[in-house]
Design a protein around this ligand. Structure first.
Ligand code: ZN
Ligand code: ZN
Length: 365
């Protein structure tokens, strides 16, 4: 019955050329609002959203910790069907089901052609949806540079199987990839939220031997064993000492930071063997300082690398292939489902971290 009501009002809105979208107003103020259905300009597409989700970054936005302009539609992870194709977009058809990555590079500029598509047009410039342009927590959204950013989804795969590829899987895997994990490497992953869990899975896929998963939440540590961790460590019980002991004082080849806190960054550095790589995908605010002893006074042949979620259709296509070939299953991360009409409630749950919530699926159509 509620589904029918939503369907009816959504159809009624469509006849008026409007849609519902989650709009940021001011810190702490965000709500569903009616907005015009976007139109596709040259090189753009409009996608009718089927499924979206909420990211930790969206929480920073609604709290006002990451500034966006008032009235912006937020959200940057979406599966939907192509509703309109602008001039110049070829090889796709209306009604085709597609995945759009959180990062939508142009594929033409200097950073893109240099292989840094996330930094398209300038620092963090590839992150447009729900940041510099209207995002995807809406019934429709406009895809910039559509030719580079629409990834067809095979019929055999459900929306829920691919939605998390848009951001957290791509980000988590990139932590392992940027860390250049080699077969048999020892890896520590600090924080086992959705991105940390995907980093753990990435380390497993890349052939790490010992994978130490660190978090303070028992439920998340339990989940990390499903995602390839070999040892789980309570972040409150001196994980640095634990890892040092378990590696006979040597430390790990690759330490992944997936939270963006001073403590986890420091701990990642302190467990790093000389010559090792600290791969960081956390989002930091304020000042970050480096502990000298973990840094070997700056002479430890260590590498510190940072990565923003890789996007674009080529990246998304490869991640879809991992699902299609049953190499990964991200569905255990989708712990709750809400309708778009109840998205504010979904934000409250996601923000609270109660009820074992990891990721919240938002069903739009
Ligand atoms: Zn995100
Ligand atoms: Zn570019």
């Amino acid at each position: 019955m509620p589904l029918l009501a939503v369907e009816k009002s959504s159809t009624e809105r469509a006849t008026r050329g409007v849609m519902n979208a989650l709009s940021f107003r001011s810190p702490g103020q965000f709500q569903l609002e009616e907005k015009p259905v976007p139109k596709a300009g040259p090189g753009e597409a409009v996608v009718k959203v089927r499924l979206t989700t909420i990211c930790g970054t969206d929480i920073h936005i609604i709290r006002g910790e990451y500034p966006v302009k008032p009235g912006l539609t937020i959200g940057h992870e979406a599966v939907g069907i192509i509703h309109e194709l602008g001039p110049g977009v070829t090889g796709y058809y209306l009604g085709q089901r597609v995945l759009v990555g959180a990062i939508t590079p142009c594929g033409q500029c200097e950073p893109c052609l240099g292989g840094h598509t996330s930094q398209c047009g300038g620092p963090l410039g590839g992150w447009r949806l729900g940041n510099t342009i209207d995002g995807v927590q809406a019934e429709y959204f406009r895809v910039p540079f559509a030719q580079a950013n629409l990834t067809p989804i095979p019929d055999s795969l459900a929306d829920e199987e691919v939605i998390l590829l848009a951001d957290i899987a791509s980000t988590g895997f990139s932590a392992a990839e940027s860390g250049r994990i080699r077969l048999g490497d020892t890896v520590a992953v600090f924080a086992q939220g959705p991105i940390g869990l995907c980093a753990t899975l990435g380390a497993h896929l890349m052939g790490a031997s010992d994978i130490f998963a660190v978090d303070t939440d028992a439920g998340r540590l339990k989940m990390s064993m499903q995602f390839g961790a070999t040892v789980t460590l309570d972040g409150n019980h001196d994980p640095v000492n634990e890892i040092k002991t378990r590696t006979k004082g040597r430390g790990v080849d690759v330490a992944i930071e997936a939270l963006g806190h001073q403590t986890t960054f420091e701990n990642a550095l302190r467990v790093l063997a000389p010559g090792g790589t600290l791969s960081s995908v956390g989002v930091y605010s304020g000042h970050l300082s480096v502990p000298l002893e973990g840094f070997h006074a700056g002479l430890g042949d260590q590498t510190i690398v940072t990565t923003l979620c890789p996007g674009g259709k080529e990246r998304m296509h490869r991640l879809v292939r991992l699902v299609e070939t049953h190499r990964i299953n991200l569905q255990p991360l989708l712990t709750h489902t809400f309708q778009l009409d109840n998205i504010v409630e979904a934000y409250r749950l996601f923000e609270s971290r109660q009820s074992g919530v990891l990721k919240v699926a938002i069903r739009v159509s």
